[in-house]
Ligand binder design. Sequence first.
Ligand code: FAD
Length: 325
Amino acid sequence: MEGGTLGLWQESMIGLARSERAKQVMQRLAGRTVLARRFAVIGNGGTAIATARRLHDDLGISASLCYLGEYVDDATAIRRTVEASIDVAGLLGAAGLDVNVSIDPTAIGHLRGEDTFQRNAERIGQAVADAAGDAGGRLMLDMEDLALVEPTLRALRRLLAKGLPAAITLQARLLRTRADVRDLVHLRTAVRLVKGAFPLGPEHDHQGRDAITREYLSLAAMMLAPEARDAGFRPVFATHDDAILRSVARLASRNGWPKAAYEFEFLYGVRPDWQQKLRASGHSVRVYVPFGTDWWPYAVRRIGENPRNALLLGRALLGRTYQRG
Ligand code: FAD
């Protein structure tokens, strides 16, 4: 698909992801479709820990666990996400696994006000710090649409000021990200660089695949500068684009970064061949593992990113891939 057509496709999928009616029907009727299981772990914290354990023991790959649910303003749903994130941090620590938890600001209360989001982020950040102890864990703030960029950056700075192990996701497609990266590479934090799942117009976004790739690599060069390493900054490259992955690995090696000092992160269920290849070559690899039952918005956004996944959506809508068990 051409860049513009892909943008339109991605926007329609974001609309579908936010449709409450589609979500209710799909999650009830087709809660166990291949679509759901392809991209998420359907189950509770214990199920997610079992996945993290398997990734660690079988493949030497770390996990970042994220309780499913986004764009919620219902107090009960928010509380459930906060409690699940706190619990899973404790479970990771107790299991002797890397304590790494991801959250979406709109899953933990941003729609009820920035204060609610901030308070909940601090509770989860504290749980991550307590569970990780000296091993050092991480609360990763996912990045949602443009309106969330400033509040998420503010939350990061407040968490860091309280000594909590917080990190943030930044989107290479956004024009403003260059300035945000420049501000953060001198801090003891991590930035997870993604292409960005929320396409916008030319006033905010780099337009087209080539421009976004060029920007991604240019931002990666800033994140892999020797000064960033000296400051204790940790670069995380979250993309499945193998040309970018290869260029980033070459750049890191040229700049003298030990492989343990930066990471590649993949989405659960996407390019497992590349995850294992990078791990086999000694790189630090992490997989973002969404878990829970509220899988519809998340899975539909994955379809927006890769039209080839539309086949899975079609099958789910026709109910042909329903699996028992
Ligand atoms: P693409 O050019 O889209 O893909 C490269 C190749 O990877 C494709 O040719 C295809 O073979 C494969 N591929 C890519 N996506 C898929 C898929 N869904 N299913 C199957 N194959 C696929 N975006 C945000 O806006 N905010 C976030 O907080 C955020 N967090 C993320 C965390 C992680 C760990 C990752 C990996 C991505 C995250 N994203 C986030 C999504 C990101 O912005 C992109 O939309 C997504 O990663 C697709 O872009 P790509 O870099 O993989 O490159």
